[in-house]
Design a protein around this ligand. Structure first.
Ligand code: NAG
Ligand code: NAG
Ligand code: NAG
Ligand code: NAG
Ligand code: NAG
Ligand code: NAG
Ligand code: NAG
Ligand code: NAG
Ligand code: NAG
Length: 471
């Protein structure tokens, strides 16, 4: 091991007193860490630590660090069953192409460190398209798409964090290629984690992603906190969605600030016949204390790819400023699947095109082989305690004639219209109840003295704590 530049976190045979003191200090810094399978007697700080600089990394913002990341993570991956490892990205600018993560691993980005996405397409390998989408979203790609900047698949126990360190995707060249129709494959995401469990992503700043920012897919137990996500607003940075849980179970998103060119959060579960066949829903999602600015998109979108189903989503304490819509449901004939048991409360919105927006005729199909009779089921949506100021249209609610959206509940909602003379509701093929909603909703909502319920039973992901451990 002597030739491997790794500082061992716990070396019991060591008799050097200084090293022992350092070790104790190191352990003291690990605070309050419990995972889903919690063992209170074990420290969750990683046993092994290394710096990217130890693997030939160069922080000049010009030299590619793709090989350094690969060398470091290949080496640290071998220690997964021996207490896990942490890779520290020290201060400086670190240019890199796409790289893969490993299990029982922490990527720690120092507050003065910036990861920069490479502009060289050769640094972005191709991987198969997502099976639940059947093709790439930007281009069919002959079954392939670019791998994300930070990528992980089939992992367990992964942490991506830092004291608000930065990952800058430098996506402008990719946005430009999309707009000039020069892409043969779907643009890379900033962070994508597939088929994985126990993922924590917190205290980071994410800038200028080429495409979606954070994409957990086919995964469980995901805790995202304290992300600042920025990209220019539409139309400059197309599809720079903030956080997109996709066919995932147990997701918790808290304390994030997102300004981007698309939905701040978009919950998904596959596209048309591919998503129906894959059949993996997104469920048990909590979103709290989100602040969103997205002039051309939604605070939280459910869909439009929802063919595996979306259920039990709870959103609360949400602030939106200059955003197109609040919690938006997007679907279309051909999607199949469902969106149900959605709960939203305590939303404050200022300068909105729509407070409520549901669309049954969203369109956008993977190909022509979708089944037009595969109708989505949208029901059991509860909204309460919402205020919208300077709103263009309070509710734009369009369900499906052959399968109306039903059991929608709205209570204690105040909408202050930009133009108070204009009617605030446009409803077709929807039904539900309302209470204390002003201005009075369309007649498809029956007035009843109710409070739209929000679940009181906690979800397991609410009891998970962050694995906080500073290097
Ligand atoms: C990263 O993982 C993907 C999926 O397993 C694989 O295709 C690719 O070769 C890996 N890349 C590297 C650089 O190891
Ligand atoms: C990852 O897990 C998926 C689903 O279990 C499996 O189909 C795939 O082969 C695995 N990939 C790797 C690289 O192990
Ligand atoms: C993190 O950094 C971003 C960008 O510099 C800043 O806007 C944000 O306020 C910082 N977050 C925290 C919690 O310090
Ligand atoms: C895309 O494919 C076309 C046709 O094969 C090719 O001419 C072009 O160079 C490719 N573009 C990129 C960016 O790879
Ligand atoms: C994240 O950063 C904030 C602001 O700097 C800090 O208060 C908080 O303790 C950090 N959270 C974790 C889990 O480290
Ligand atoms: C109605 O909603 C507002 C805004 O969220 C909140 O301050 C108020 O307490 C709510 N009223 C009731 C009766 O719940
Ligand atoms: C109200 O919304 C309109 C767009 O509908 C916008 O132009 C105007 O600046 C907003 N007013 C305030 C006070 O934010
Ligand atoms: C009202 O809803 C219908 C059907 O969903 C839609 O076609 C129309 O554009 C909407 N009108 C406005 C003003 O948004
Ligand atoms: C929504 O709230 C209403 C009124 O309290 C309640 O009857 C209904 O069961 C709630 N919906 C769900 C899915 O819990």
């Amino acid at each position: 091991m002597a030739s491997i530049p790794i500082i061992q976190g716990r070396v019991l045979k060591l008799v050097n007193v200084v090293a022992l003191l350092l070790l104790l200090l190191n352990l003291v810094e690990c605070r309050d860490v419990v995972s889903l399978k919690s063992d209170k007697h074990t420290s969750h700080c990683r046993k092994h630590k290394a710096s990217l600089a130890d693997f030939g990394g160069v922080n000049d913002g010009k030299t590619s660090n793709t090989k350094a990341f690969k060398a470091a993570i290949d080496q640290l991956g071998k220690l997964a069953s021996d207490g896990g490892s942490m890779l520290i990205v020290p201060p400086g600018k670190w240019l890199t192409g796409s790289f893969n993560l490993t299990s029982h691993f922490t990527l720690y980005i120092h507050k003065d460190a910036v990861l920069l996405g490479s502009q060289d397409e050769k640094e972005w390998p191709l991987i198969p398209v997502l099976p639940s989408y059947g093709r790439g979203r930007d281009a069919p790609g002959n079954g392939f798409r670019y791998q994300s900047l930070i990528f992980g698949t089939n992992l367990t126990d992964l942490v991506i964090t830092g004291s608000n360190g930065t990952i800058d995707g430098q996506g402008a060249t990719w946005w430009d290629k999309l707009q000039k129709d020069e892409l043969n494959f779907t643009r890379p995401y900033l962070i994508e984690i597939m088929y994985s469990n126990d993922i924590q992503i917190f205290n980071l700043t994410l800038l200028n992603s080429p495409n979606w920012n954070v994409h957990p897919v086919y995964s469980r137990n995901i805790f995202i906190q304290g992300l600042t996500i920025r990209a220019p607003t539409d139309p400059i940075s197309p599809n720079t969605d903030g956080i997109n849980p996709d066919s995932c179970t147990n997701v918790r998103i808290e304390d994030c600030f997102i300004v981007s060119g698309d939905d701040c959060v978009a919950i998904k579960s596959g596209w048309d016949q591919y998503g129906i066949a894959f059949g993996m829903p997104t469920k048990h999602v909590i979103i709290r204390r989100l602040t969103c600015i997205s002039p051309e998109s939604a605070v939280i979108a459910l869909g439009s790819e929802m063919s595996g189903g979306i259920r039990d989503v709870r959103a609360e304490d949400i602030t939106a400023i200059n955003t197109e819509s609040g919690v938006r449901i997007k679907s279309a004939p051909g999607r199949g699947g469902y969106v149900k048991n959605i709960f939203v409360r305590k939303m404050n919105m200022h300068t909105m095109k729509y407070v409520f927006w549901m669309t049954g005729a969203y369109g956008q199909h993977a190909d022509d082989h979708y089944d037009p009779n595969a109708l989505p089921e949208v029901s059991d949506i509860n909204y309460s305690d919402m205020v919208g100021e300077n709103v263009t249209l309070g509710g734009n609610l369009g369900g499906l004639n052959k399968r109306p959206f039903k059991d929608i509940c709205m209570s204690n909602v105040t909408i202050l219209a930009h133009d108070p003379k204009k009617s605030q509701w446009n409803c077709t093929d929807v039904s539900g109840v309302s209470s204390q909603v002003s201005p009075k909703p369309c007649s498809l909502f029956k007035e009843q003295p109710i409070k739209c319920a929000f679940p009181t039973k906690r979800l397991p992901i609410e009891d998970v704590k962050l694995k906080v451990c500073t290097p």
